[in-house]
Write a protein that binds this ligand. Structure first.
Ligand code: FE2
Ligand code: FE2
Length: 272
């Protein structure tokens, strides 16, 4: 087995279709989300598109779980112990176990929601973030940024399950949420431990985390206002090793992303 497997060599069967992440992120339908689809939070039950949105989101989570499993597995194997201590690899191995369970839960949840594997495309952004040659970058890009996002998504979907009185959705989200808090906490602890004596390296990794956080706040997808379908979950983020200042920073990034989307939509409307 070779070290540092590129995303082009990931094993997928014929059911999976690959999306380019930039197509998904810069899709004008997503950019317009903040201003066009008016009203309170988009996961609220009174929206006609909510079923489609939640199915698409949960399919995205399902492929994210596969890639989280692959990424954590790679970190167990890609590095010598001098670069990634054995105890970190043990934590990553434990994460593989959790992510495998999340893949199984996501498959059953897809059945429950009436979604087929491959019904939506797969972008491999998460795995790409897990290909970094510096394990600290992986911890910041994957465990802290993307699994931090998973905390926000699972918490919001759990609330949606409660609102729609769907105990299967509620329990699935609640169980995965508990694991993700552990994964983000491992990311926070190891990031701090590995960069204790190299604050420049820590800052570079945190900058990568900010970039990823900004990308996934695009179009008002995540935030703290009623308009954001996915709510930033401060309570669980703090349990996972985020400081209050870091939560404030993510909220500010999300607000900036929503303001940018509104400006782009307004500019496009003025030009047409
Ligand atoms: Fe997961
Ligand atoms: Fe995870």
């Amino acid at each position: 087995m070779k070290r540092h497997l590129p995303e082009t060599e990931l094993a997928r069967d014929e059911r999976f279709r690959r999306n380019k992440v930039e197509d998904q992120i810069f899709d004008p339908r997503n950019l317009a989300m903040a201003t066009r689809d008016l009203g309170p939070a988009q996961m609220s039950v009174d929206r006609p598109s909510v079923s489609e949105r939640s199915r698409s989101l949960m399919h995205g989570i399902f492929v994210g779980e596969i890639q989280a499993l692959e990424g954590a597995g790679r970190t167990c194997f890609d590095f010598d112990d001098a670069d990634a201590p054995f105890a970190l690899k043990l934590d990553m191995a434990r994460q593989c176990w959790d992510e495998s369970r999340h893949v199984e839960i996501s498959c059953k949840l897809a059945d429950h929601m009436g979604t087929d594997i491959g019904e939506y495309g797969e972008s491999t952004f998460l795995y790409a973030a897990a290909c970094n040659t510096d394990p600290v970058m992986r911890l910041c890009g994957v465990n802290r940024a993307l699994e931090g996002l998973a905390i926000d998504v699972f918490s919001s979907m759990k609330a949606f399950g409660e609102t729609t009185e769907d105990p299967i959705l509620t329990f699935c989200e609640d169980w995965m949420l508990a694991d993700e808090v552990t994964h983000v906490k491992m990311g926070s602890d190891w990031m701090r431990r590995l960069t204790e004596n190299d604050l420049d390296r820590r800052e570079r990794a945190l900058e990568f985390q900010r970039t990823v956080d900004k990308v996934f706040s695009l179009g008002g997808f995540r935030g703290e206002s009623e308009e954001n379908p996915i709510q930033i979950t401060r309570k669980f983020r703090e349990l996972a090793g985020f400081s209050q200042a870091e939560c404030d920073e993510i909220a500010a990034l999300a607000q900036q992303a929503m303001d940018d989307a509104r400006s782009m939509v307004a500019a496009a409307a003025a030009a047409s």
